[in-house]
Write a protein that binds this ligand. Structure first.
Ligand code: PGA
Length: 245
């Protein structure tokens, strides 16, 4: 899978223009293609891309079903737009909006209940990597929010390993660092759900993945694609990355 994460970029009109470019260019991709857009774009972009290989993701959803939560958008609302995926646990949500493992566990369950496929993000910050703690951090993130799922629920989960020090910094993990962590994550899934489930789990790499380095990252056996921020905002770059998978 190659998934875009537009973050808080593009007006509705700009987003529709980018989605239109992708619609015209992505014809027979060799992998699943998803774009994560702001909430307000979802309905229009999902309608525009209906019947094409490009699927749509929200970048978040609420941890509550419905009710008096001013400004929030529920998983059911996201699903009603035609979006099929929901990015959850992104490090920016964790850091700036204080999303805890418990909150994320609720969001994942609500997404699944509403037939949305979570793209669940995990990854360590720079200090944790420097202290050699990346494995325990990632393990705790999985245990805190998604290892409570049944194997049946797990089948709808995509993971994205995004070392926080690599997001938007131009500092990509080396292919070796990415492969090492992805293999470790897959081993944790195997311990929990068995080898077959682990082999079938899509684990994306994210963090300054771009048109130049994507092929090298995707060449690793445990790197199943990418979650792309900045480079998903320009159609030619995003298309090059899709072709690299
Ligand atoms: P980036 O963002 O590609 O701009 O580093 C990736 C992400 O945050 O998903």
């Amino acid at each position: 899978m190659v998934a875009g994460n537009w973050k808080m970029n593009k007006t509705l009109q700009e987003g529709v223009a980018l989605a239109t470019e992708l619609k015209q260019s992505v014809k027979n991709p060799k992998c699943a293609v998803v774009i994560g857009t702001p909430f307000i774009h979802l309905a229009t972009v999902a309608e525009l891309l209906k019947g094409t290989p490009v699927k749509v993701a929200a970048e978040n959803c609420a941890d509550k079903v419905s009710g008096a939560y001013t400004g929030e958008v529920s998983a059911a609302m996201v699903a009603s737009t035609g979006a099929e995926y929901c990015i959850l646990g992104h490090s920016e949500r964790r850091a700036y909006y204080h999303e805890t493992p418990e909150i994320l566990r609720e969001k994942v369950l609500l997404a699944l209940e509403n037939n949305l496929k979570p793209i669940f993000c995990i990854g360590e910050v720079k200090e944790e990597r420097e202290a050699g703690k990346q494995n325990e951090v990632v393990k705790a993130q999985l245990e805190g929010s998604v290892f409570n799922l049944s194997a049946e629920q797990w089948a709808n989960i995509t993971l994205a390993y995004e070392p926080v020090w690599a997001i938007g910094t131009g500092l990509t993990a080396t292919p070796e660092q990415a492969q090492e962590m992805h293999a470790y994550i897959r081993s944790l899934i195997a311990e929990k759900y068995g080898n077959e489930v682990a082999d079938n789990t899509t684990i994306l790499y994210g963090g300054s993945c771009n048109a130049k380095n994507a092929a090298e990252l995707f060449a690793n056996p445990d790197v199943d694609g990418g979650l792309i921020g900045g480079a998903s905002l320009k159609a030619p770059d995003f298309l090059t990355i899709i072709e690299a998978r």
